[in-house]
Design a binder for this molecule. Sequence first.
Ligand SMILES: CC(C)C[C@H](N)C(=O)O
Length: 415
Amino acid sequence: MRLAAAANESYTASLAVSGLLGCHQCGGGRGQDEELGIRIPRPVGHGPSRFIPEKEAAARHQCSYLVNLHVNDFLHVGGDPKWLNGLENAPQKLQNLGELNKVLAHRPWLITKEHIEGLLKAEEHSWSLAELVHAVVLLTHYHSLASFTFGCGISPEIHCDGGHTFRPPSVSNYCICDITNGNHSVDDLQVNSAGNISVSDSFFEVEALMEKMKQLQECRDEEEASQEEMASRQLRKDDDEATPARDVSRHFEDTSYGYKDFSRHGMHVPTFRVQDYCWEDHGYSLVNRLYPDVGQLIDEKFHIAYNLTYNTMAMHKDVDTSMLRRAIWNYIHCMFGIRYDDYDYGEINQLLDRSFKVYIKTVVCTPEKVTKRMYDSFWRQFKHSEKVHVNLLLIEARMQAELLYALRAITRYMT
Ligand SMILES: CC(C)C[C@H](N)C(=O)O
């Protein structure tokens, strides 16, 4: 792919340059630059991710590159640099999108057909329906991209804001790039070896999770075998329908994360029932009608992310992980107030532990607050590639949630 290739080139180039400068890892440490009186910028971190060791992170260039590409392309095609100074410098028509963008990014459940009407009926600054759908797709795409960037700790390129430092590169017996990168000095390693318990703890975490999945599967098999049980499930489902809001909030009560945010604003926001409006039956066709082919592409993207599996769980192979992946997807939709009547939400609490929920919630709702500690604390035995896989699920579920609210509001406006 063009983007990936270009990203690799620029990344290789920056490594080549840093290789000339000293520290074989970050390029710092020689001092000749100071002797010449030139301040040479050094990368703040090493490799494309602050969370993932460089040797494991090749696929992540694309993301930080895309952000640069977006600004650079804008300027290349003759875009007015003033627009980049703030929305108030952009044309009124674009400024009008600001409110929708804000609500979409932070509280999409508050989007109403009035938001849509305001954009479509703004006299000479009006958006057409097709333009608006196009804009919504772009906005939601970039919100999700931000989640991925922060969720994987993608570092800015050396020539971008925050991507370099002029600080002296060496601190005691290791380079500054090691500190930001999570590589450890001898002292740190001693601390770690004293903390062996945590390694075995994390081993048992995987075993416990596998055991829970097995139990849930067994329960499910039994349920499916019993007609009587099927009938009582239907009864339970009916009960759930009677009190949807309370049921959803139940899964977020232990911390300040999650559903509390959804209901905090003192107004009653009804649960979004997928049975009434879903991507497959409604959103997809609306997008396709107004923005031909793109509905299809987004649909494929959702399917790929949702169904992707390597059938692994940390060191275990040949595992059916569909239950776990579904729990992750539904947990995210749950945070946005989106509910599936045919799903037993108890599974979420059984399969996702607190540190994992904290990470998911932060990546999806406030991605800028994700820390390396959060990234490291969940699923400690899992591979980095599996955590990146989690991020793919998170960002697609987030994008679909935002799209569902925006498209439903458009549908309501149209009917
Ligand atoms: C997100 C993880 C549960 C993914 C798992 N390693 C799989 O391939 O299915």
